[in-house]
Design a protein. Structure first.
Ligand code: NAP
Length: 248
């Protein structure tokens, strides 16, 4: 395929699975991360072995200057970005809403919402035919939390993902005639490290019996959905949110 795919938060979990699958399909990949350089470099190595170009770029998506530098670096090293996967996301320890502190909300919204906004804005500025670009695709990674609400766990996180759903619908319609498709995937409970940051590493196992398919999802299953939305097979799909949650 030979596209340039930029994936935020790709040093592990769903982002890393998406990077490896994109490489397997022949795309060049940019692997963004914030902290774990070794993990990001391991994903780069796994992609290069498949014969594509791959780079790791450290950038906090919540930092506007860092996001601008991220896009410039990727463009310099791999060429113009064809696909943005807005995947970087965080959550904090599970607790009731009335126990949460405002600094937690600011950090969460900065990464999950402002970070996704910044990356989407930079992608549109570069991809839009209105600005001389040749089009592209943006896939935002939301969550089933946006419709479940995550009571008693992280209502703040769920609300941040609802913002991603609305970004997808509004931006998708806004740039639909400019060669850019904007879609989102809402994963359910997926086997990644993110649940440990919520304080419950075994959360997927606890919730699996309540999932209609009676299991948690594999990051690769989400990666396949992301890359389908980014592909020409989804050429008439935009401003759309797709659930990948085992029926949850
Ligand atoms: P994960 O395993 O915790 O990985 C998160 C990734 O994001 C890491 O590569 C991390 O890199 C990176 N990251 C964190 N903060 C960042 C920042 N400020 N700037 C750039 N990168 C940052 O998470 P995951 O489970 O794969 O989740 C990926 C996405 O799927 C998230 O948006 C999450 O909300 C969503 N999701 C996950 C599930 C699930 O059950 N796993 C369900 C629904 C939705 P460093 O470690 O280097 O910082």
């Amino acid at each position: 395929m030979g596209r340039v795919v930029l994936i935020t938060g790709a040093s592990r979990g769903i982002g890393a699975a998406t990077a490896r699958l994109a490489a397997e399909r022949g795309d060049d990949v940019a692997i963004n991360y914030t902290r774990d350089t070794d993990a990001a470099q391991a994903v780069v190595a796994a992609c290069r072995v498949l014969g594509v170009r791959a780079v790791a770029v450290c950038a906090d998506v919540a930092d506007e200057a860092a996001v601008l530098a991220l896009f410039d670096t990727v463009t310099d090293e791999l060429g113009a970005v064809d696909v943005l996967v807005n995947n970087a996301g965080i959550l904090h320890r599970q607790m009731r809403f009335d126990e949460m502190r405002v600094d937690r909300w600011r950090e969460l919204l900065d990464v999950n919402v402002i970070g996704a906004f910044l990356c989407a804005r930079e992608a549109v500025r570069r991809m839009s035919t209105r600005h001389g670009g040749s089009g592209g695709a943006i896939v935002n990674v939301s969550s089933a939390a946006s419709y479940l609400g995550s009571p008693g766990e992280y209502v703040d996180y769920a609300a941040s993902k609802a913002a991603i759903d609305t970004l997808t619908i509004g931006l998708g319609k806004e740039v639909a005639s400019e060669g850019i498709r904007v879609n989102a995937v809402r994963p359910g409970v997926i086997h990644t490290d993110i649940h440990a940051s919520g304080g419950e590493p075994g959360r997927v196992e606890r919730l699996a019996p309540s999932v209609p398919m009676r299991r948690g999802g594999d990051p690769l299953e989400v990666a396949r959905t992301i890359l389908w939305l980014a592909s020409d097979d989804a050429s008439y799909i935009t401003a759309t949110v797709v659930d990948c949650a085992g029926g949850r």
